[in-house]
Design a protein around this ligand. Structure first.
Ligand code: NAD
Length: 263
């Protein structure tokens, strides 16, 4: 299937590794020009170099932090100056810290709001003028299965990502008239540093070996394993592409069948 991504200009946030990197690689493989962004230098530039070597595509990189509005605008401006405009955006950032209700004070709630929800608002706001002037675009927000089934140890994620989901659904209705689609992409348990970090914390807390916890958790997935970043990336590339031209305001789950919810 031709995704129709050739020469499209796509911005992928938090893409120096993990799920963002997985999406960036798949859209680059499909012939898009990609501008990745992440907080740490030189890591983000090394990741862009790796993407160029792996795909042969035009890939550039920017240092940005989802908590820093100015850096979001710089990333947008770099993309426009190098690629002439923006056709696709992947909203993504590092996840908020794990914990339950008694673990967080106002400052931590505020930080989670800015990291996960306000950064989504800012990224989307930044790209809309270019998408509107080009007559359309595709926006994909990376959220979590916690938006459908709250995860006990991830209260901040549960709450903030539900906000992102509502934001995307609302915008999908508001922006459709301009040819701009907005969809959510939901990872289940994916084999990345984020999952390893959460499992390490659980191992430390419970005193159980991480290998045992890893195997037990993987066994809860009907497919019997965690997902890989490139599997997530393919779903992201699809939503960004013209192949998904009539999919708008949807939430696509990539979790190996782990969630039991029907909707
Ligand atoms: P990861 O730890 O592998 O990668 C995180 C990426 O986010 C890195 O590129 C990092 O540089 C970047 N990042 C960190 N802090 C940032 C900030 N302040 N601003 C911008 N970028 C920042 O994580 P991942 O598995 O790729 O997860 C991506 C998102 O998906 C996270 O929000 C995570 O919570 C969420 N998620 C992941 C899983 C999973 O199983 N991996 C499941 C559900 C949700």
């Amino acid at each position: 299937m031709d995704l129709g991504l050739r020469d499209k200009s796509i911005m992928v946030a938090a893409a120096s590794r993990g799920l963002g990197y997985g999406i960036a690689r798949e859209v680059a493989r499909a012939g898009a020009r990609v501008c990745i962004a992440a907080p740490t230098e030189p890591r983000v530039h090394e990741s862009a170099q790796k993407l160029r070597e792996e795909t042969g595509a035009q890939v550039i990189s920017c240092q940005f932090d989802a908590l820093d509005p100015g850096s979001i605008l710089d990333w947008r401006d770099t993309t426009i100056s190098q690629f002439g405009g923006i056709d696709g955006l992947v909203v993504n950032a590092g996840g908020p810290p794990a914990g339950g209700f008694d673990d967080f004070d106002d400052a931590q709630w505020q930080r989670a709001f800015e990291l996960t929800l306000l950064s989504a608002v800012r990224m989307i706001r930044a790209v809309l003028p270019s998408m509107r002037s080009r007559g359309g675009g595709s926006i994909v927000t990376v959220t979590s299965s916690s938006v459908k089934e709250p995860i006990d140890v991830l209260l901040l994620s549960n709450v903030m990502r539900s906000g992102v989901t509502s934001l995307a659904k609302s915008l999908s209705r508001e922006l459709a008239v301009k040819g701009i689609r907005v969809n959510n992409l939901v990872p289940g348990a994916m084999n990345t540093d984020r999952l390893k970090g959460l499992m390490e914390a659980q191992a430390e807390k419970t005193g159980q070996p991480i290998d045992k916890l890893w195997a037990e958790r993987a066994a809860t997935v009907p497919l019997g394993r965690f997902g890989e970043a490139d599997e997530f990336g393919k779903a992201g590339a699809f939503l960004l592409s013209d192949a998904a031209a009539y999919i708008n305001g949807e939430t696509l789950v990539v979790d190996g069948g782990a969630m039991k919810t029907v909707w």
